[in-house]
Design a binder for this molecule. Structure first.
Ligand SMILES: Cc1ncc(COP(=O)(O)O)c(C=O)c1O
Length: 377
């Protein structure tokens, strides 16, 4: 039976709707090629998505094939084994762990917990905090990171917390790559406690940071702290959707009551323990990051770009000619096969900056060669 005419995409329709919209996230090559009138097979290296460039662990394909037999069963609704594995990895109890459908679900649950209330968001930052807050009817105010290095304004943050039920901070922050120091977080937590405000710290990229910067030990002292993590970033498996949140047992139980049943699928849930047990993968990730991150940071600065000093696996940058030259640079790079992440939907950046992710050494070399060639033309 043929499908009704109205459901078919009309390939012959005139392109009267204007160019494709700017995508809201990185990793969206096709709409950007279309927007700039480039052919769909234009060769592009995607520096816009900030995943682990080592790619998924090598054993994953075989593992997934073997896990197929579980398709006919419901996952354990409490994800006991996965939570135990995470608890052991993090040094907390399983009651302090909630497994989520990517870091994204963790963000939406953290917002749902305060539905109808007031939130503050330290920004420019990942746009899903604002979207989650709007979705659950929270009033949102932004707290701006200030100056050339996008530093936290402690007084403004504490003032915002006195008016809000929850404050969202990303650490290291997407897209600036900056990291609020631990002692600052503690000051904020103490102030938040006084005002009855919860602090949600998204540590989706913390595994890429050199040194032990995790805030997990603070959970024992601050019941108002929630930490969010993304396994999809760490293991380069965004298609699987896998993340978790940590908090005190009472908060986690409250957040669990807001979660959809079986929110995490069988494959993702079963994968948690073997992923966390693959210490070699994490060690290789750290070795690669420790040498490649400073090398690329230096290379970008040497190419004449203004680069925000980053602790993460991505860099926020601007052409020396300033924010008005950023649009042209984005297009020129795309023509040359380099896809950067635009910043049009980050309040406070408004398209005046670009974000580049760290990739493999070879890819990073090719990027630097393109930048070099453009300088000498
Ligand atoms: C800061 C931050 N948190 C969370 C996420 C979502 O991660 P996940 O793919 O695990 O849902 C992203 C994705 O880009 C992110 O940048």
């Amino acid at each position: 039976m043929s499908r009704p005419e109205t459901n078919r995409p009309d390939a012959s329709a005139p392109r009267s709707f204007g160019p494709a919209r700017w995508p809201e996230h990185g990793g969206q090559v096709a709409p950007l090629l279309e927007r700039f009138g480039l052919p769909a097979d234009h060769a592009v290296m995607d520096f816009s998505a900030n995943l682990n460039p080592l790619g998924p662990p090598a054993w994953l394909n075989t593992w997934l094939a073997e896990a197929m037999e579980g398709l006919g069963r419901y996952p354990d609704p409490h994800y006991g084994e996965a939570r135990r594995a995470i608890a052991e990895h993090e040094g907390v109890t399983p009651e302090q762990v909630l497994l989520t459908n990517g870091g994204a679900e963790a963000i939406f649950l953290a917002a749902a917990r305060h539905a109808g209330g007031r939130a503050a968001i330290v920004q420019p930052t990942f746009t899903e905090y604002a979207r989650a807050c709007r979705h659950y009817g929270l009033d949102v105010e932004g707290v701006a990171l200030g100056g050339e290095r996008f530093e936290l304004d402690e007084a403004a943050t504490v003032a915002a917390m006195s008016r809000c039920d929850v404050l969202f901070v990303c650490r290291p922050n997407n897209p600036t790559g900056t990291l609020v120091p631990q002692d600052r977080v503690e000051t904020m937590l103490a102030a938040a406690q006084q005002h009855g405000c919860h602090l949600v710290v998204d540590e989706a990229f913390i595994d890429f940071v050199t040194g032990d910067e995790r805030l997990t030990p603070l959970l024992a002292r601050y019941p108002n702290l929630i930490l969010l993590r993304s396994l999809t970033k760490r293991y380069a498996v965004p298609g699987l959707r896998l993340g978790y949140l940590l908090g005190n047992a009472a908060s986690v139980s409250r957040l669990a009551s807001l979660q959809m049943p079986w929110s995490v699928n069988h494959f993702a849930a079963e994968l948690v323990a073997p992923l966390l047990a693959d210490g070699d993968y994490l060690a290789r990730t750290r070795r690669w990051f420790g040498t490649e991150q400073p090398r690329l940071q230096l290379g970008l600065a040497s190419a004449g770009l203004k680069v925000v000093p980053s602790r993460a696996n991505f860099f926020l940058l601007q052409p020396a000619a300033g924010p008005d030259a950023t649009g042209a640079l984005f297009e020129a790079w795309l023509q040359a096969g380099i896809l950067a992440r635009h910043t049009r939907n980050f309040p406070g950046l408004d398209g005046g900056w670009l974000r580049l992710a760290l990739r493999s050494r070879d890819d990073n070399d090719r990027l630097l060669a393109v930048l070099d060639a453009r300088r000498s033309t």
